[in-house]
Design a protein around this ligand. Structure first.
Ligand SMILES: Nc1ncnc2c1ncn2[C@@H]1O[C@H](COP(=O)(O)OP(=O)(O)O)[C@@H](O)[C@H]1O
Ligand SMILES: [Mg+2]
Length: 323
């Protein structure tokens, strides 16, 4: 079955407007009160979000604006063992529908493993993952992607020899299935779909001002642009929850500052939740509304940026050891 892609993206109706105007308009319409917080997210060293956080079960907190809606993600007693190693254990977390959440902790703490559990690279040894209220038990990686989780990787994973546009199309293919027969016979519907793919790819690339790079070979892009392309490809799957694994790794300070703005902008444009793993504390404290700290596979603290920065256990296990 060929499916119309129009209306798939929430940002669609505002494409003609300039990007800044668009996301502000969207935020106002969505009642995303953190947009006020976004004003302060602009760069390194600025104070963090002004979001009011409220307690929810799982000893978690979510933004007040999301509190009356079901969480986008809920992990209950999630865990995985690798042989004798309890890589993740009793991981409990709720993330609000439009929250920017952070997952931090020392190297080897289990952060990437949490992403691998959420995306079903690994099956959990224990526990439950609810995505938008739906238990993902039994789902594989493509199913979870279709259900609304997208991710980027600690080490960039692009199809280096393909064009920028083709990389985005791979994300779109997850969303839109062209009928097999119309595709094989190249019937008109196939071409309609082709045009839709092309237009949608450029529209998504334009979120990062990359539409002009559509025909470039992905592997030839500068590092920062490859990182952005990976995010665009993830967005092409129309996620409800975007997982970013060390998105600022290898970026210089000005690229990181731009990335911070972009993450907030994406959240506001697409009205999604973001969970990010990151070591750059300016970025984490600057844009994350709720933060969970992992150490030896266990959550040792959850809280707002201010609470996390002043938590003695977190300072002892992680922040105090930052260089
Ligand atoms: N597939 C695997 N097999 C065995 N051990 C693993 C596997 N994946 C991760 N680990 C181990 O799990 C722990 C957590 O790793 P990881 O999630 O990558 O940490 P982080 O992302 O916090 O740096 C580490 O000790 C790592 O060696
Ligand atoms: Mg990792």
């Amino acid at each position: 079955m060929s499916r119309d892609v129009k209306g798939t993206y929430r940002a669609q109706s505002n494409r003609e407007e300039d990007v800044k105007g668009t996301y502000k308009a969207q935020s106002a319409a969505a009642g995303a009160t953190s947009a006020a917080g976004s004003e302060t997210h602009g760069g390194r060293g600025r104070r963090g979000p002004t979001t009011r956080m409220v307690p929810v079960p799982s000893q978690s907190i979510v933004p007040e604006r999301d509190a009356d809606k079901s969480p986008i993600l809920e992990c209950r007693h999630l865990g995985i063992d690798f042989g004798g190693l309890r890589a993740v254990d009793d991981f409990n977390l709720m993330i609000g529908r439009t929250e920017i959440a952070g997952l931090i902790g020392p190297n080897g703490a289990g952060k990437t493993t949490v992403f691998n559990l959420l995306t079903k690279v690994y099956a959990p040894t224990r526990g439950t993952i609810l995505l938008d209220g739906v238990d993902t038990a039994g789902m594989d990686t493509p199913k979870v992607s279709q259900a609304g989780i997208a991710r980027t990787f600690q080490n960039i994973r692009l199809f280096d020899s393909l064009t920028v546009e083709d990389n985005v199309r791979i994300g779109l293919h997850n969303q839109i299935q062209c009928g097999m027969w119309s595709g094989m016979l190249r019937l008109p519907r196939h071409w309609v779909s082709e045009k839709e793919f092309h237009d949608k790819s450029l529209e998504l690339l334009d979120v990062f001002g990359m539409a002009g790079n559509a025909d470039d070979i992905a592997g030839s892009l500068p590092y920062g642009a490859q990182r952005r392309l990976e995010i665009v490809r993830a967005l092409a799957t129309n996620p409800k929850l975007l997982l970013l694994d060390e998105p600022a790794a290898g970026m210089n300070p000005s690229e990181t500052a731009e990335l911070m703005d972009n993450i907030v902008r994406i959240r506001d444009m697409f009205n999604i939740a973001v969970l990010l793993i990151e070591h750059d504390m300016d970025l984490v404290m600057g844009i994350c509304e709720g933060i969970a700290v992992l150490n030896f596979g266990k959550i040792i603290a959850k809280g707002t940026p201010a609470e996390i920065q002043s938590n003695p256990q977190v300072i002892e296990a992680y922040l105090g050891k930052q260089d």
